[in-house]
Design a protein around this ligand. Structure first.
Ligand code: B3K
Ligand code: ZN
Length: 887
């Protein structure tokens, strides 16, 4: 543990800081075995702080630092004049304004936590969010302390020709001993978590953007020279993002230069440091030969996300870390809308809803459940969650839905105007929305304070004599840790009613809804309310939660016929897909139950027929068809199960897939061939229409691989060999590895071929590890252990760890069904990794925290593995918090 007794921090205890730091001058003297950091801080008493003493002592955060010297207003303080304890430095204050000069020595080359200043492939880089800056120097490392930073970086010219920090470069020069320096100045006040520095032997690609007010901005993307050809897509994405933010939000970039640096060793996807974004190389580098369509789209989204933070996060930042969703939820909403505008809007919504319902709902139902604005934490790094990010995005989306696009934009304008240069709260955001629109969001605020996934139960009644259709909507929310009872939420519920022909009926409801609309959003506020729709000639079929209008579960007693009908006729892409998923879940769950009884039973023929119709549907958008054809994932089936039976889920899903594949193999092959031929002309383009075709084509190939026929396997092998893009090659490899008609020799041959082609590409190698560890066929615990010893495995790389170990924890077959060997393996890795990189350790152990939902044997073994982790002394706060909350 970092402290003897990790303590819980509460939102209710928030206090403004006693001192501000007006300016921060940093000098980094980078050497091979250490770095000297000189910080000169202009300090000022916070007159408004609520404190007892006139000039309280100043306590600065600091971790793993050697204090070399400390001067206050030019005078050196002796050891007995300050207090140095683990995690902080406290000194007396004599003037309301004073200057501190702090010199610390740090050892970036030994920093394996990848927080603070560290080295990746020989280059220096930083990661300061949330609390990494305190590993660089003593500081008020909290987001409400905003300062103007100047950074001088000094290093060997030969080893580190490129020296970067936030802002604009204002000075550079040569020094003795082949050393050089560059000084950077960031004119915008910012909290320390947005500080960044990079020093390395890097190349860059350059482009330019002219902002809406004519400001010329230089754009540079830095990477190691062997990856320089992989920057184009990110650069194009950046320019699109800059334009979009001007058009949709009126937000303009504010410095002369915007830089992105790609690094291989990084704890997460990317970081929005002011003017100097640092990216995990896997989230920025792409070429058709090495990146799949999904990676291209991920890069576009993440580049946009980090760029958008320049306003939602940097210009207006967070007052404290409990407000994290203020910047993250809002920025995810911004990037989701951007991606929807750049690609297929319907598919983006389906994909986002799928992630939320599978992984965020599971988080909400687990031991770490928290509101999007948590009330307490031990380690803030554990709260960069799907709840804060993705559910936070849905909460912003609901405001957008309730206010409408125009009022929402007025709200964001007001928010940015009011709080520019400030550290704000979620409440400030909601208030700006209310003030700009006049819409009362009092009850809506429950989304910020309550955790758990609300359940909406819908019942209906049709009166043939009057033509009235009564729709009753009841809401409830399960208890979550620390929150037994919930108040009703304010829920926007997208609704349409379908008549017998599948046409949308005009909606004429009591309760103030305008006449003639065929789609509307009901504003649900009570625990139960009934809407009456008049003039229905027959009982309509409700299309509920259209466009996934709220992060809730909907219970309505749809028959299979209803679902097939919605699949065919609903005009809402999300709901057509959802109908498909519901039908899939019904069919698979039926087999899961029988699996218990060891009974043989055929796969639901209605589902098989419905999928046949889907494959043949000539009108359906390719991208939506591809999504609809994908059966519910194992993870989503697990999330929806009362009790998770891993083996039964795997077997049942496989059986349903095989039945669809066998029955429709001819149609699947025809569709595959048609798309394959259409795509065969012309170069790879990562554009929505081509991506849709490739996705659908590869979904067909995936089904064909589930047919027990060597011919289809051969088709995969041909695609693999002839592939001109990674999308096709990777899809074919997956089919070969997991095919029903096993050919061990071919599997071995293809994996070796893939390795030989890409062994020098770290990002592709991640995937090579993941494809094996996550495979039901290959990914045994022994195989994973063996791969950990492979030359290309790098145990200091979070990407490799996530690929191999993360891939294995998603492998339902081998992780869960090996008499506990999978769990013990994970526990060993967590214990080992916790010493090296606590953030990654705490992330990879998450699957164990769901132990209560598993069938008894697995559950007991998972618990045992957690108990073993808990018994370890000196756990990091990261792992300590997760293990203690989940047991
Ligand atoms: N803000 C960073 C995440 C930092 C995570 C720190 N443990 C990336 C992002 O959300 O844009
Ligand atoms: Zn973010």
């Amino acid at each position: 543990m970092k402290d003897a007794q990790p303590s819980t921090i509460y939102l209710k205890d928030y206090q403004a800081p006693d001192y501000w730091i007006d300016t921060t001058h940093l000098t980094f003297d980078l050497h091979e075995d250490h770095t000297l950091v000189t910080a000169v801080l202009q300090m000022r008493l916070n007159e408004d702080a609520n404190r007892g003493e006139a000039l309280p002592a100043l306590t600065l955060h600091g971790e793993e630092l050697d204090l070399v010297s400390l001067h206050r207003d030019g005078e050196e303080l002796e050891k007995d004049q300050y207090q140095l304890v683990k995690g902080s430095l406290t000194l007396p204050v004599e003037q309301p304004r004073f200057q501190l000069q702090i010199v610390t020595r740090i050892r970036p080359q030994e920093n394996t936590s990848l927080e603070g200043l560290y080295k990746s492939n020989g280059m220096f880089c930083t990661q300061c969010e949330a609390e990494g800056f305190r590993k660089i120097t003593y500081y008020l490392d909290r987001p409400d302390v905003m300062s103007v930073f100047t950074t001088k970086v000094i290093a060997s010219q030969a080893r580190y020709p490129v020296l970067l920090a936030n802002g604009n470069a204002i000075d550079r020069g040569e020094l003795d001993n082949d050393r050089h320096y560059v000084t950077w100045e960031d004119p915008f006040k910012k909290p320390s978590y947005l500080f960044a520095l990079v020093a390395g032997d890097l190349e860059y690609v350059e482009d330019h953007f002219t902002t809406m007010n004519g400001r010329e901005v230089t754009l540079r993307l830095f990477t190691e020279s062997h990856n320089i050809h992989k920057c184009d897509h990110a650069m194009v994405s950046l320019k699109k993002s800059m334009k979009w933010d001007e058009e949709v939000y009126g937000r303009e970039y504010d410095l002369d230069i915007f830089m992105i640096v790609a690094v291989d060793h990084f704890n997460m996807g990317a970081m929005e440091n002011k003017g100097l974004n640092i990216f995990n190389s896997s989230c920025v580098l792409a070429s058709p030969e090495t990146a799949t369509d999904a990676t291209y789209q991920k890069i576009e989204a993440i580049v946009a996300h980090e760029y958008f933070h320049n306003w939602s996060g940097n210009r207006v930042t967070c007052r404290d870390w409990f407000q994290l969703s203020l910047k993250e939820g809002f920025t995810v909403f911004r990037d989701a809308e951007f991606s929807a505008d750049m690609n297929s809007r319907g598919v983006k919504r389906i994909q986002d809803a799928a992630v939320l319902r599978t992984a965020q709902f599971a988080e909400d139902a687990g031991p770490m459940a928290h509101p999007i604005r948590p009330e307490s934490f031990i380690e803030i790094s554990n709260f960069y969650t799907l709840t804060v990010y993705e559910k936070g995005c849905e909460v912003v989306r609901m405001i957008h839905t309730l206010l409408g696009a125009d009022q929402f934009r007025k709200g964001t304008d007001l928010y940015f105007d009011r709080h520019d240069g400030e550290a704000a709260t979620c409440e400030d955001f909601v208030k700006a929305m209310e003030d700009a629109s006049g819409v009362d969001l009092t009850q809506f605020r429950n989304w910020y304070s309550q955790s758990g996934t609300p359940v909406i139960t819908v019942t209906d009644r049709y009166e043939a004599e009057t033509g009235d259709y009564h729709l009753t909507i009841a809401q409830s929310c399960p208890a979550t840790p620390g929150q037994e009872h919930k108040k009703p939420f304010h829920i926007p519920l997208g609704l349409a009613l379908l008549d017998e022909q599948g046409q949308l009926l005009p909606l004429n409801a009591e309760g103030g809804n305008s006449e003639g609309n065929r789609e509307q959003v009901l504003s649900i506020k009570q625990s139960e309310e009934t809407f009456v729709f008049k003039g229905c000639k027959s009982k309509p079929l409700p299309s509920l939660l259209r466009n996934f209008s709220a992060p809730v579960r909907v219970r309505y007693d749809y028959s299979k016929d209803d679902l097939v009908f919605l699949m065919k006729h609903d005009t809402d892409s999300f709901n057509r897909w959802d109908a498909c998923q519901r039908l899939g879940v019904m069919a698979i769950e039926q087999l899961v139950e029988q699996f218990d009884e060891q009974a043989e039973q055929a796969v639901d023929s209605q589902l098989v027929d419905a999928f046949g119709a889907l494959i043949a549907d000539p009108k359906l958008e390719h991208a939506v068809k591809a999504e609809m054809l994908c059966l519910p994932t194992e993870a989503s089936l697990a999330e929806q199960a009362e009790e998770i039976k891993p083996l039964a889920i795997v077997a049942a899903r496989k059986k349903v897939k095989q039945a669809i594949a066998e029955t429709h193999s001819a149609a699947l092959l025809a569709l595959y061939n048609e798309l394959h031929n259409e795509l065969n002309h012309g170069d790879y383009r990562p554009e929505a229409s081509d991506i849709a075709k490739r996705t659908l084509k590869n979904v067909c190939l995936g089904y064909l691989a589930a047919v027990d026929d060597a011919g289809y396997l051969q088709r995969s092998a041909e695609q693999y060999n002839a592939a001109s893009s990674m999308t096709d090659r990777r899809a074919a490899l997956g089919c070969i590895v997991n095919a029903r008609h096993r050919d061990e020799h071919l599997v071995e041959q293809m994996l070796t071929d893939f390795y030989d082609r890409y062994k020098d590409d770290a990002n592709v190698m991640d995937d090579w590890f993941a494809v094996q560890s996550s495979s039901a066929e290959l990914g045994t615990v022994e195989k994973v252990k063996a791969l950990m010893q492979h030359d290309s495995f790098d145990s200091t790389s979070p990407n490799k760890l996530r690929a191999l170990i993360g891939g294995f924890t998603r492998n339902m077959t081998h992780f869960h069904t090996t008499g506990g060997a999978g769990y013990e393996f994970l526990a060993d890795r967590v214990i080992e990794l916790d010493k090296q990189n606590p953030q990654v350790a705490s992330r990879v152990m998450m699957p164990l925290t769901r132990w209560k939902k598993f069938e008894p044997v697995a559950s007991g073994l998972m618990k045992k593995a957690l108990q073993r982790i808990k018994a370890v002394h000196d756990l990091s706060t990261d792992v300590y918090e997760v293990v203690n909350k989940s047991l």
